[in-house]
Each structure stands twice: as C-alpha cells, then as structure tokens.
Design a protein around this ligand. Sequence first.
Ligand SMILES: Nc1ncnc2c1ncn2[C@@H]1O[C@H](COP(=O)(O)OP(=O)(O)OP(=O)(O)O)[C@@H](O)[C@H]1O
Length: 338
Amino acid sequence: MTGFGIDLGTANTVVCHQRRGVVMDEPSVMVVRTSEARSRRVRPLLVGHEARDLMGRCPVGLAAVRPLHDGVIVDLESARAFVVGVLGKIAAPAWQRGRPRAVIGVPAGATALERRALLEVAHEAGIRKPEVIPEPIAGAVGCGLDPLEPRAHMVVDIGGGTSEITAFCYGGVLSHRSSRIAGDEMTLALYRYLRSEHQLLVGELTAESLKCRQDTDEGLSSVVQGIDLATGRPRLLTLESAEVLDALRPTADAIIAALAGALDDLPPQAADDILTDGITVFGGSSLLRGFDKLIEAAFAFPVRMADRPLTCVAEGASRCLADPDVVRAYQDTFVEAT
Ligand SMILES: Nc1ncnc2c1ncn2[C@@H]1O[C@H](COP(=O)(O)OP(=O)(O)OP(=O)(O)O)[C@@H](O)[C@H]1O
C-alpha cells in the first residue's frame, strides 16, 4: 500500500500522495461548534478553504479554529479532529479500506513532546506507522537536494508561524536557527502599521491579502478597505507597494539576522560549500516580493527560490516513503527549541 507525505502547517496543510502527487493544499482551519470546542469529541463542520471563508464572520455558536500554532500542536483533540477531517477530504475508496502510511513534516525545532503529540494524533486519526521528518529536510528533498550526500547545503523555510534555517550534510544537521517571525508576524505588522499610520482597522484576511498582493503589483498601488478609527465608518485607502514593503521590512530583517546566525555557526569547509552553491528558499512567505534580493544583497551568495515553495515539504516527505534512509538518518537530529 502506498502512502502520503503530509505538511501539517500553521497556515496551510498540504498532502502529497506517493503516486498521485499533491491531493490537498488548503488552509489549516476548521469550523467547530463552540459547545464542542473544549470537549473530548470535536467534530469539524468545515475543513480547509470553506472553513477559512468563515474566518472573522463566524455566526454565534460556531468558531473557526487553527489547530496548530507556530508549527506545533497545542490542543490534541482539535488536532486529531483536524487530521480526521483532512483524511476525510482526501479519502479514495482504495485506501478507505486500509490505514495509509504517512511521513509528516514537523519543525526541526519541535520538542520531543511536540513530535510525540503529532505521532499520537496521526495514529488516532487512522494513519498506520506515522513517521516524522524535519520540515527543512523534507523541503530540501522536495527541491531535489540530497540530504545524505557529503556536501553541505542550507535551506530557509519561511512559513506562516515559523521560519527555519537549517544547514545539513551526510544525514546530520550542521547548524539551525528557528524563529517565530514568519508570515503571520508579517500580516500582524501590516495590520499594526495600517492602524497606527493610517488609522484604519482591517480584518486579518484583508491584511494578509494585501501582503500577498505585493508579489504581482510591482510598482503599483493597492486599494485596501477598512474601518476608519476616528469616524467608525468604512474607508478606502490607496497604498504604494513600496510603503507596504517598508512596513514589512523589520520582519524580513529579523529573518535575515537569523540566517546570519546560522551561517556563523558553520564549520569553515561547510560554509565554503554554501558560499559556492548558495541557499535554497521555500515556504509561502518566501514569495514576498524582493525577499530573495534582500538575502542576496546581505550575503552575496546565490539564492535559489524553490519551484513549488508551498508544496515542496509534502512532496519531499512523500518521496521519503520510498527512501527510508533519509527519515532514519534525520530522526535523531531534531534541535530542541529552547
Ligand atoms: N505571495 C505571497 N507573498 C507573501 N506571503 C505569502 C504569499 N503567499 C503566501 N504567503 C504567506 O505564506 C504563509 C504560508 O506559508 P506556508 O504554507 O509555507 O506555511 P505553513 O507551512 O502553513 O507554516 P509553518 O511552516 O510555519 O507551519 C502565510 O503566512 C501566507 O500569508
């Protein structure tokens, strides 16, 4: 029986079937009844896109819940319900008859307790022999790098809740930095900027869509709608792309500082490999316009953007089903977050 590679992310959940490719790529959100939210039997009413559409507009009695925070499970029952909902969405008659296998990406900085919680949740939700792999390693495999070869590589994974910078070689981690400054923090920075500089109150979805629009609106301006804090009435605001990117600059700079720290920790020969080959960048927030140029300007080495930055972790995890050596080599290399 084949299986799945799963990237259970703070913002998005991606599932890649070993043969069929990506079978699900949807927001990590579910809608539950508030009466069940803290109970021992949570049943999601909506999962993924439909649930996200209700964020910020949930009627009384319902709540939109994100089962993961900063890349890890905080509430076991919500997470189990979410994984059951995900498996229900991708169910095909052939595997409904049996329990599928899965390799699941987890932050390289996840603690042993957080990893055990995820394995427990996956098993209870119906996955046979779930295994975990550090997300940066899965993403590297998904981008075509070989984490078992005797040459150092460095990847930067900037997701919704976490940014991880990992250098690895021959089945082991050389240096690692993890930060909670990622896409969600960028959205929050933009929300705060609009509030303080333009006295405009916007919803989370509006702030996020304004942030993501910058990759296509090169040199253009964007119109954003919100509530005027002085009058309490709706107001439209036109913002130049450059202004939005300036508001996001401190968060991007914090990620670049973490990257500098990870480079400082490298032994000289490994640093030489990376300065020659450059680094590979993936995760949804790497799509922020100009982010690769900021890194290139700061370090003067080549920056390779992943072809599929949002799905390469799940794709790499699914490839590892057929290559257990990678999972085995990296299973003891998690760097416990302090
Ligand atoms: N074009 C874009 N420009 C800027 N940010 C973007 C763009 N597209 C997506 N994002 C951001 O990418 C983030 C989601 O990325 P991704 O799906 O890789 O995260 P995740 O795997 O769910 O999170 P984590 O790895 O932290 O658990 C969101 O914060 C989203 O706003």
